[in-house]
Design a protein around this ligand. Structure first.
Ligand SMILES: Cc1ncc(COP(=O)(O)O)c(C=O)c1O
Length: 415
């Protein structure tokens, strides 16, 4: 076991309500289920450009961290948007439009029906709206453009100009408001109510259960892909997954729970120190809102309020939570880009590497290894939830562009 990160400090809390022997039950089924996955998979896999993202083995890192294997689900190339997010936001846009078409015509439609333009008189009247720290807004804007409706995206003051530009590139109107992500959520909701727009949030905190459930059901497609890609169909022993509002974590935990029951991996939720709403909620045994400066380089994870829809899955389903520093995320981005320990170089963005950073920190700490039951035969799965979604920030942190890192990776795999 060697120290892979310069930063060593992190916080860890075991989830006292974790119920490993419990079956995936009614409370969880009501949120994410096999039928929902089937519908999401059928729809999303029909979109142009769909292909499963790679599950990359990192044997060098596994050796250095003294575990059996580390698998990295690399979402960096998903639909060319750079993160897992189009699975959720764009899918929820489609479901929103389909519901409106059904309300007005009684017809059940798919994306294919919209592509033929048959319903453009209805779709033209629809505006979808979302608040975002970057990636969710980009995915909603991308979906709105693909399906032909209008789109307004709210961002807060901390969202970088490059992320704003990436959203606007899909034709969305972008509105910047003072305050945090949670303030942008409130602004999106208030304006949509007054304008008759359809809010497509990635959190149920504002009360929009249906859209945020669709978002999560779309995310579950990536977990389903990962399950099919597992070597020898053997479940991982541990899953490290980062959380903002918790939609990604709940979707992945829920899907592994449905697939493997009590043999599911021990799931560890990883968040920035400044925005540990899951960490604090596990500590308190009930949802807790974290306030104050939520700022983090891990922009996608800078949320102070968890999504209530994720609580019934992660309260019994997650084993522990950790918070980490921005420095740990930076170290991990560089370590992945350098292909340290002899692994294939990977482009991982600030929020995207947080799960891996959490695992590396836990693996370096004797006490946490014992708490998590991390041994040399442990099989680790991490979700690499974004690539260089902010190309400028990525270059500043890593010293090279995403394309340069990918070029080395391709050269090595051809050598
Ligand atoms: C790259 C990335 N990873 C993880 C997350 C966290 O997802 P959730 O808010 O569903 O927990 C986000 C959220 O925006 C993100 O952009």
């Amino acid at each position: 076991m060697i120290d892979l990160l310069t930063e060593q400090a992190f916080s860890f809390v075991a989830n006292p309500d974790a119920v490993v022997p419990q079956k995936y039950g009614h409370d969880q089924e009501a949120i994410l289920n096999a039928q929902g996955l089937l519908a999401a998979r059928k729809e999303i896999s029909s979109w142009p450009g769909y292909q499963p993202t790679p599950l990359v083995a990192l044997p060098g890192l596994a050796r250095a961290a003294d575990v059996n294997s580390v698998l990295y689900k690399d979402e960096g190339q998903r639909f060319g948007l750079g993160s897992f997010k189009p699975l959720g936001g764009a899918y929820a846009v489609l479901r929103t439009i389909a519901k409106e078409v059904h309300r007005l015509t009684g017809k059940h439609i798919t994306a294919e029906d919209l592509r033929t333009g048959d319903y453009h008189d209805i779709v033209d009247t629809i505006t979808v709206c979302a608040a975002t720290d970057g990636n969710h807004g980009r995915s909603v804007a991308w979906g709105a453009r693909m399906f032909g409706c209008s789109c307004v995206i709210y961002i807060n003051e901390a969202v970088t100009a490059s992320r704003e530009k990436a959203i606007a590139a899909y034709g969305a109107e972008v509105r910047r408001v003072p305050g945090s992500f949670d303030d942008a959520v409130r602004a999106a909701s208030l304006t949509s109510d007054s304008q008759g727009w359809h809010v497509v949030p990635d959190t149920a905190a504002g009360g929009n259960i249906e859209a945020s459930r669709n978002v999560m059901q779309g995310y579950a497609v990536l977990a389903d892909e990962a399950i099919k890609q597992l070597p020898f169909a053997t479940p991982p022993s541990h899953l490290f997954v980062q959380a903002g509002v918790g939609g990604l974590a709940a979707a992945v935990v829920g899907q592994f729970w449905q697939a493997f029951g009590t043999d599911r991996p021990k799931a560890v939720i990883v968040e920035p120190h400044s925005a540990g709403c899951w960490f604090e909620s596990f500590k308190a045994g009930e949802p807790v809102v974290v306030s104050g400066e939520l700022d983090s380089l891990m922009a996608g994870l800078a949320c102070g309020e968890l999504s209530p829809l994720c609580w019934p899955i992660l309260k019994p389903g997650a084993f522990a939570a950790m918070t980490i520093s921005d420095t740990a995320a930076i170290d991990t981005m560089r370590l992945l880009a350098d292909g340290k320990s002899g692994d294939q170089p990977i482009v991982g963005g600030e929020s995207g590497v947080a799960g891996l950073a959490g695992f590396l920190l836990a693996s370096q700490d004797r006490k946490t290894r014992a708490q998590l039951g991390l041994y040399s035969d442990s099989r680790i799965l991490v979700i690499g939830s974004e690539g260089n979604t902010d190309p400028q920030a990525y270059r500043e942190i890593v010293g090279r562009s995403g394309d340069e890192v990918r070029a080395i990776s391709i050269e090595e795999s051809c050598a």
